[in-house]
Design a binder for this molecule. Structure first.
Ligand code: UDP
Length: 238
């Protein structure tokens, strides 16, 4: 068994990660890697729900800058997340992991509707629940979705897998002297404008004392370590 302090977690995967090194699309190698790690975590008895982003498909705000109506563009963004969800579902099921995709926008041929109590039941049965279509509302992000879903299903943490190994005081790709934080409080994240999650997501976590762990998604063994509750990346907590 695991030595985790978490029994149930929400893992947030960005759409960008799904694209691998590309700007758009899905890199099967990345999805396979993530699916194997999630399968390993679940086999240790930890309940894992996943919120998948859609930046590799479509970003509403970016299209709105080209004149598209923001609401419509955001709905396109939400639909993009569902494509990623189905990819992850397929890779997980081929590894023998039972999954359910639940979407905030109804599309009964491909996924269940988001029903929180049913999601909890799936998790209790050892299934991985993958949440798609964000919150089902424009002007939000899948980071905020991860925080909201975690709160509603009673998860103990949001684990945000990113391209960097934690939160820095400046961009480590540009500044070689950037300093990484082991631990932060929510206010510091908000007042310093640190890149953890968007402000809506961070405030939701702050108001409810929900820890956020930011870690390097593609680092060997990192997903399992994060899900186990091992010390990794940066933790934002009360
Ligand atoms: N989106 C939305 N409402 C939500 C979640 C997502 O409108 O609750 C849209 C928004 O257009 C966003 C896109 O879906 O740009 C993809 O989500 P996000 O940018 O959060 O994906 P990630 O950055 O994690 O890949």
């Amino acid at each position: 068994m695991h030595d985790s302090s978490w029994g149930r977690v929400v893992l947030k995967l960005s759409g960008e990660a799904f694209a691998g090194g590309e700007q758009q699309g899905i890199d099967p190698g990345v999805v396979q890697y993530v699916a194997e790690a999630v399968a390993a975590a679940v086999s240790e008895g930890i309940e894992v729900a996943v919120v998948v982003g859609g930046g590799n498909m479509f970003r509403g705000a970016a299209m709105a800058e080209h004149g598209m109506e923001r609401g419509r563009a955001d709905y396109m963004g939400m639909l993009g997340t569902v494509i990623n969800c189905l990819a992850l579902q397929d890779f997980l099921e081929r590894l023998g992991v039972e999954t359910r995709v639940q979407t905030a926008i109804h599309m009964s041929q491909v996924a269940e509707a988001y029903i929180p109590r049913r999601a909890v039941r799936h998790l209790e049965k050892g299934r991985v629940v993958i949440f798609g279509a964000g919150l089902g509302a424009p002007f939000f992000s899948t980071d905020t979705t991860a925080a909201q879903r975690a709160l509603e299903i009673g998860a103990q943490a949001v684990l945000k897998g990113t391209q960097v190994d934690g939160v820095y005081d400046s961009d480590p790709h540009r500044n070689p002297n950037a300093v990484r934080f082991d631990r932060l409080d929510y206010n510091e994240v908000l007042t310093r404008g640190l890149k953890v999650m968007d402000a809506t997501a961070v405030s939701l976590c702050m108001d409810n004392g929900l820890p956020i762990v930011v870690f390097d998604l593609m680092g060997e063994g990192n997903i399992v370590r994060a899900v186990r509750g091992e010390k990794i990346g940066t933790i934002v907590c009360p």
